[in-house]
Unconditional design. Structure first.
Length: 118
């Protein structure tokens, strides 16, 4: 399962269409808090995570997961490339750090690589 966490509904919808067309299962969330409500069901999944969101941001979610020893592949996506975001992604072991707009083929390849590696 691919979990898309992004406050932009158009970004979420675009990823849903992309992943479904590639035969991948996904579910999307408008906030980190919304995602945390289902977190107990995680099992070898992948997270596509926006860094800049209202409420809990992407870095805070990465820190939250790490503190609970939940280590899933996370692909960071952001429209605002900042040093602090890159450092956070690196600190918490993000699989990749991508700037929007994201190259669809590269993202699918990265997900398939991650799935086959797990």
């Amino acid at each position: 399962m691919i979990y898309i966490i992004d406050d932009d509904k158009y970004v979420r919808r675009g990823f849903e269409i992309l992943f479904k067309s590639a035969g991948l299962t996904c579910s999307s969330f408008a906030s980190a808090e919304e995602f945390l409500k289902i977190m107990h069901t995680l099992d070898n999944d992948i997270i596509i995570l926006d860094m800049h969101m209202p409420g809990m941001n992407g870095c805070e979610l990465l820190e939250y997961l790490s503190a609970r020893k939940i280590f899933l592949p996370v692909i960071i996506i952001t429209a605002y490339d900042e040093l602090v975001s890159r450092e956070c992604a690196k600190k918490y072991g993000a699989l990749a750090y991508l700037r929007k707009p994201v190259d669809s083929e590269a993202l699918i390849d990265l997900i398939n690589y991650s799935v086959n590696k797990v």
